[in-house]
Design a protein around this ligand. Structure first.
Ligand SMILES: [Fe+2]
Length: 412
């Protein structure tokens, strides 16, 4: 049994967090959430354009990256929109871990061109930046002041998403992560916007848009989706609905992520991963996440570690930390995903899940050591992770700062 080394004062904070979490869970349960219309396959972009045209919208801001423009994806969207009588303007300067500066630049383009809706064409960073833009477009406040829980008084502009990676699930979630611009020491802090009105009205899952992703982006984003599903499944706020979504996503990712990694052009596997990422997004959006995200966000903030890579490296370690406490649920998961049978006891089945996460990382060439990590940074990383976990997450077993420090030493 992994025994927590939490201090007495941390244990008091855990108790207080538990009370706060109950209230948050109740609020999330009651929160209405839009059911995103999903268009799949090669005709998806045309169907999305028709839907936008039928909504009497006339000018779209396409939020994207230079890579998506270069590969011709934005032209495809512009042409489909034009056939439905909709003008479009492209903002292509979204960077990984978008900052408030990125959002403000896109917002200026949106306002100057009088856009009445936005389409995110890209991965999680693009979708997050676009979500912040549509909220800021209708609320006369600095973007920074709109971070937090539903801070915009007015409804955001209509929002649509065309994901080009299969990982974030941001098209169906109520969350967006925006980074503060770098501090003098080169680090940055991530800020969160939680607003159910930013769930996309419709999304396109077209597998051909992800076939040219570099292998490491396929594996890292796929492991982000797996982390969403695992953390939702183990969340203290989980419920039968989120559990069913999480199990479905985990099974699909176990099956199809290695295929996408080995054979990037496999459209069936790409389609399945796009769907699994969306399903994982639905699984966690009302039950929150856990320590994998709390710690990974700090690795991103301090070292610029890619979100999915940090998650992938941390996932087996964090699940291992909670495996005795969550043996019953992990055993059910092992059986549901074909890792074990009812003849095996819960403890062994839980270990099979941890082993599977470790072997999946190996299969995807995810390193087990983080090169950038310095031993002297670990106390600060643990402090930051500890604070985030008690703010916005719902992990099944609390970690004190020393527990997080100990876990991080595994990555040295
Ligand atoms: Fe994530």
């Amino acid at each position: 049994m992994t025994t927590s080394q939490a201090t007495l004062s941390e244990k008091v904070q855990f108790k207080l967090h538990g009370v706060k979490l109950k209230a948050m869970g109740f609020g999330l349960k009651l929160m209405p959430i839009r059911d995103t219309q999903v268009f799949t396959g090669a005709t998806g972009i045309d169907e999305l354009a028709k839907k936008i045209g039928a909504s009497n919208l006339r000018k779209a801001l396409i939020v994207t990256t230079p890579g998506a423009v270069k590969r011709g994806y934005s032209t495809k969207v512009i042409e489909a929109l034009a056939r439905c009588g909709i003008d479009a303007v492209v903002f292509e300067n979204v960077i990984p871990d978008p900052t408030f500066t990125t959002v403000n630049e896109g917002l200026a383009v949106l306002k100057a061109n009088h856009c009445d809706c936005a389409i995110a064409l890209g991965g999680g960073s693009v979708m997050d930046a676009a979500k912040a833009m549509i909220v800021a477009a209708t609320n006369d406040k600095p973007v920074e002041a709109l971070m937090g829980m539903r801070k915009g008084k007015n409804n955001p502009l209509p929002f649509y998403a065309i994901p080009t990676t299969s990982g974030t699930g941001s098209e169906v979630t109520n969350a967006a992560v925006i980074s503060e611009d770098n501090a003098e020491d080169g680090t940055h802090t991530k800020r969160f916007m939680i607003d159910s009105r930013t769930v996309a009205r419709a999304a396109v899952l077209d597998p051909s848009l992800s076939t040219s992703l570099p292998d490491h982006i396929t594996s890292e984003t796929g492991m982000d989706a797996l982390t969403h599903a695992m953390e939702a499944y183990l969340s203290k706020l989980s419920n039968p609905e989120s559990d069913a979504l999480a199990i479905e996503a985990i099974g699909q990712i176990f099956k199809f992520l290695p295929i996408c990694y080995e054979d990037g052009g496999n459209l069936e596997a790409r389609q399945a991963m796009a769907q699994a990422s969306l399903t994982a997004g639905k699984a966690f959006r009302k039950v929150m996440l856990g320590y994998v995200h709390a710690i990974s966000h700090q690795l991103g903030a301090v070292y610029g570690t890619a979100h999915g890579l940090g998650n992938a490296m941390l996932l087996p370690l964090v699940v291992d930390y909670s495996k005795e406490k969550m043996a019953d649920k992990l055993a059910k998961l092992a059986i549901a995903t074909g890792l074990g049978t009812t003849q095996t006891d819960d403890g062994q089945l839980a270990q099979l899940v941890v082993d599977k996460l470790t072997s999946l990382n190996k299969q995807l060439n995810i390193p087990s050591q983080l090169e950038a990590l310095k031993a002297e940074d670990i106390p600060n990383l643990a402090l930051r992770s500890y604070a985030e976990a008690l703010k916005i997450h719902a992990a099944p077993k609390y970690m004190g700062k020393r527990d997080i420090e100990k876990l991080l030493t595994n990555l040295l």
